[in-house]
Design a binder for this molecule. Structure first.
Ligand code: 4NP
Length: 146
């Protein structure tokens, strides 16, 4: 799960998908990262922690990190939150297999529409909307791969 800062959207996506996979007893490795290192080692934004908490998720133990080329080798699918993340992650890819792993996350709900999960960092609402979008997407991911 990849966004820009790895403090707002992708930590929620990680928490949601992990909880759903764990609930089904699936041994999935779910992780998140940012395309930037702006918030390296920081916990998620308190507004994401709060929205997660409202839905029974504790994401406070996560720490921000920047995506690495190893991630593109190690993980089967790289879900990105928006078009900017998509371009930045594609730029890191070194072959066609890696490029084929990169998916705009809302395309699992509405194929080929390239809908962005809006960056909520600069506003004060939008976090619940982000949660609802990611919850739908993670349900679809589970249906696809479980
Ligand atoms: P995220 O949100 O990409 O969902 O974690 C942002 C967090 C920080 C910044 C931008 C977006 N920033 O510019 O510091």
């Amino acid at each position: 799960m990849v966004c820009l800062g790895n403090i707002c959207r992708s930590p929620l996506a990680e928490g949601i998908l992990k909880a759903k996979a764990d609930a089904l007893g699936l041994n999935w490795q779910v992780d998140s990262a940012g395309t930037s290192s702006y918030h390296n080692s920081e916990p998620p934004d308190r507004r994401s922690v709060e929205v997660g908490g409202n839905h029974g998720l504790d994401i406070s133990g996560q720490r921000s990190r920047q995506i690495t080329q190893q991630d593109l080798i190690e993980f089967d699918v790289i879900y990105v939150m928006d078009e900017s993340n998509y371009r930045n992650v594609l730029d890191l890819c070194t072959d066609a297999l890696q490029e084929s792993k990169v998916v705009m996350i809302m395309n699992v709900v509405e194929q080929n529409k390239n809908i962005n999960v809006p960056d909520p960092y600069w506003g004060n609402n939008g976090f619940e909307n982000v949660y609802q979008m990611l919850n739908k997407a993670c349900t679809a991911i589970l249906e696809k791969y479980k």
